[in-house]
Design a protein around this ligand. Structure first.
Ligand code: PXP
Length: 238
């Protein structure tokens, strides 16, 4: 056993939709990108439906849910509008995220510790509809502990600070991973991961079983093609 065969790559296709929305055009189609990513070996397709609909639209989720052959993971904020969309479209998994109107990208993890009841109730309603739930949190002990909520299967650790500050964040991510695993939670990671920083994290925290990568992977695809870009990321997880 090489100890890393369990690592999965989730390809976030939001920025294919960003390009489409920039022109209010019909292309490029995030579903077409999802199918290419799956063909290249992605284990999951991830999209983030934002309140301002800057990239992914509800219709994209409907189409992705119909056609994705692996798993569809939808990131969304804990608003009633999103809850209605999620219960209508029923993706395989929902990852709950913090969202601030006007932010350029997700700025931090969901503060589960300060609103555990609200998050738990939201997750319970999704769970009752057969939807798996994950929480996108900063790699802090208090947030990990607060995430051990019945019906929550997974935490996704926010790697934004690692992407900015590099190796000194690895210890914090490794400790948060171990703690989450000890609480029975599966662990994913994402935000700001690139061909340059992914491998070191996978080595430092081998129990992270899933990586969700969007911006850099789609940016690399501009030069490499999407299939090759996905394969390069997979090579770093092999
Ligand atoms: N995971 C979550 C919860 C996110 O919000 C994002 C960004 O949408 C990602 C992963 C992917 O981050 P990036 O686009 O920087 O790879």
């Amino acid at each position: 056993m090489n100890g890393i065969s369990h690592r999965r790559l989730g390809v976030n296709v939001d920025h294919v939709a960003t390009l489409r929305q920039a022109r209010q055009a019909r292309y490029p189609d995030p579903l077409a990108a999802a199918l290419v990513a799956e063909r290249a070996g992605a284990s999951q397709i991830t999209v983030h439906i934002r309140g301002d609909r800057r990239h992914i639209q509800e219709r994209d989720i409907v189409r992705l849910a119909e056609s994705v052959q692996t798993l569809l993971n939808v990131e969304a904020a804990t608003t009633s509008e999103m809850e209605e969309i999620l219960l209508r479209t029923r993706p395989h998994r929902v990852t709950l995220v913090a969202e601030r109107p006007g932010e350029v990208t997700t700025e931090g993890g969901l503060d589960v510790a300060s609103q555990a009841d609200v998050v738990a109730a939201f997750c319970a309603r999704l769970h009752a509809a057969g939807i798996h739930t994950a929480l996108f949190i900063d790699p802090d002990t208090a947030q990990v502990d607060a995430s051990a909520i019945p019906g929550v299967d997974m935490v996704e650790l926010n790697t934004a600070r690692y992407a900015e500050e590099g190796g000194r964040e690895l210890g914090r991510l490794a400790r948060a991973t171990e703690r989450a695993r000890s609480l029975g939670l599966a662990v994913a990671a994402g935000h700001g991961l690139t061909l340059h920083n992914l491998r070191a994290l996978a080595v430092a925290a081998p129990e992270i079983e899933e990586y969700n990568i969007g911006h850099a992977l789609i940016a690399d695809a501009v030069f490499l093609g999407l299939e090759t870009s996905v394969r390069r990321y997979l090579e770093l997880l092999a």
